[in-house]
Design a protein around this ligand. Structure first.
Ligand code: ATP
Length: 451
């Protein structure tokens, strides 16, 4: 008998982590039953407000003797009841069990939880229709993520190895030798990625909170991720570790949409024209984007750091493809930019003083006329329009690694451009000269030998 288990919403900013609970359970349940695969870490809609950090839920599947099923369920419920952070007002754990095959309709529910907002009642109905059993603790909002993680069609996936700390070290600075991370990264990049930010010189595998995670190492090859883990030197004991299969860095959340269709909490790819000059508030950079169905405010927030410089180079009239999440910012629906591609750029015109038509000398402004500094020639004050180069390349721009959503695919990985290119191929630019070739590139290093 196959049993699928989903758990979610067990943690809070004060501690715990659903992956930690999942990893403990996976070890414990593997004594009772045969795991069908690695446990799965499924990231759901990154824009919903209830998330603690990255809106992750955990699922795992086992082949078990029928008489052991009650033991398995009791073990899961016992672990959740003992370890979830019930004290925190925003922690509402949920556990789901599903026996047998995963019904097709459940996949649709999972994709809705990835891309839109769903209610607890919807999750209850979907669980009942799928013949799944659910357990709610407090409000039990976690059943949304638990059910979605079970039904998630993990067609594209990456890996993350999570190593955990001994409880006595939770909340203390993490003991990881930073130099060893840089060395391991040189060897493994880009098959294992996001280990370091080379531009800032920082290590990215260590979280900063009070949670039990010591490091998270990501990659597109499980073996490479394990080798990076072996190469990193730890200055505190590793309690245990677990390799997860995950939908992180797949871009699964992005759906092509028209601007007029965008709703709160959507994640989408849109194509439109820049409809305003950019403006800044509190170090965030904003502009308006429109298509034939509507207009939306687009934001590159402060944490996206140097990415904002590229956004500042956009001009009204530029045609771009933009990918991001829809959130409300100061009461206004706002597309929170993850990547953009300039499809067609308007000419950038600057106005210069003309040279003296008589001697070629420099003209000086004098009231409403120009006067040559060298020969005193006078002429009406008319500036000369000059087309200056646009310093935006024809490539996809992405936010830096530490501002990237878990689901967003870095450009260094194969397929990192696909979602934006799909939008391009649906309606190619009228003037083919504007797109002589397709280039991509982000902030990080790129390797020519990525398969
Ligand atoms: P961590 O990443 O550390 O596990 P988290 O960021 O996953 O924490 P949770 O504590 O799990 O945050 O809270 C997210 C909550 O949102 C869960 O209760 C989950 O069931 C719920 N949820 C997930 N996706 C959606 C969605 N699309 N609509 C509404 N609620 C959702």
């Amino acid at each position: 008998m196959i049993i699928h288990i989903g758990i979610d919403d067990t943690d809070s900013p004060n501690g715990m982590c659903t992956t930690y609970l999942g990893a403990l359970l996976y070890r414990e349940l593997s004594r009772l039953a045969e795991p069908l695969d690695l446990p799965r870490l499924i990231r759901l809609n990154p824009n919903i407000p209830y998330k603690t950090r990255g809106n992750g839920a955990v699922a795992m599947s086992f082949e078990a003797e029928e008489e052991l099923i009650p033991d398995i369920k009791n073990t899961v419920l016992f672990y959740v009841s003992q370890l979830a952070d019930f004290e925190h007002e925003n922690t509402h754990p949920g556990v789901v069990f599903l026996e047998g095959e995963i019904p097709e309709e459940l996949r649709a529910f999972s994709l809705k939880a990835l891309r839109e907002h769903v209610t607890i009642e919807e999750a209850e109905r979907a669980a009942e229709n799928a013949g799944a059993e659910y357990f709610k603790f407090k409000l039990g909002r976690g059943i949304i993520g638990s059910l979605a993680a079970i039904g998630y069609p993990l067609e594209r996936f990456t890996y993350e190895l999570l190593a955990y700390r001994e409880p006595e070290n939770w909340g203390k600075p993490r003991g990881v030798n930073l130099e060893s991370v840089f060395l391991a990264d040189v060897w493994a990049y880009p098959f294992s990625y996001d280990n370091v930010d080379p531009q800032k010189g920082t290590v990215l595998i260590t979280p900063h909170g009070k949670d039990p995670v010591l490091v998270g190492i990501r990659g597109i090859e499980g073996a490479r991720v394990l080798q990076v883990f072996e190469m990193v030197e730890f200055e505190e004991p590793v309690a245990f570790y677990q390799l997860y299969k995950t939908n992180q860095n797949t871009d699964d959340h992005l759906v092509p949409k028209k601007i007029g269709e965008l709703k709160l909490y959507d994640s989408a790819v849109v194509r439109g024209k820049v409809a305003s000059p950019y403006w800044e508030r509190g170090r965030h950079v904003f502009f308006e984007l429109e298509d034939d169905t509507g207009r939306i405010r687009v934001a590159a927030f402060e944490p996206t750091k140097r990415f904002r410089n590229y956004v500042r180079k956009l001009l009204p009239g530029d045609e771009i493809i933009a990918a991001g999440g829809v959130k409300e910012h100061e009461g206004v629906l706002t597309l929170n930019l993850e990547k953009f591609y300039p499809v067609k750029l308007v000419p950038k015109i600057e106005y210069e003083k003309p040279k003296c038509p008589r001697c070629g000398g420099t003209m000086k402004s004098k009231g409403d006329y120009f006067k040559c500094k060298r020969c005193d020639f006078k002429m009406p004050k008319e500036l000369t329009p000059i087309e200056v180069p646009r310093d935006l390349e024809r490539k996809i721009y992405e936010v830096p690694p530490d501002a990237r959503k878990h689901l967003s695919r870095p450009l260094v990985l194969p397929g990192g451009e696909d979602r934006l290119l799909e939008a391009l191929s649906k309606s190619p630019p009228e003037d083919s000269r504007v797109l002589p070739g397709f280039l991509s590139g982000g902030h990080g290093r790129r390797s020519p030998d990525v398969p």
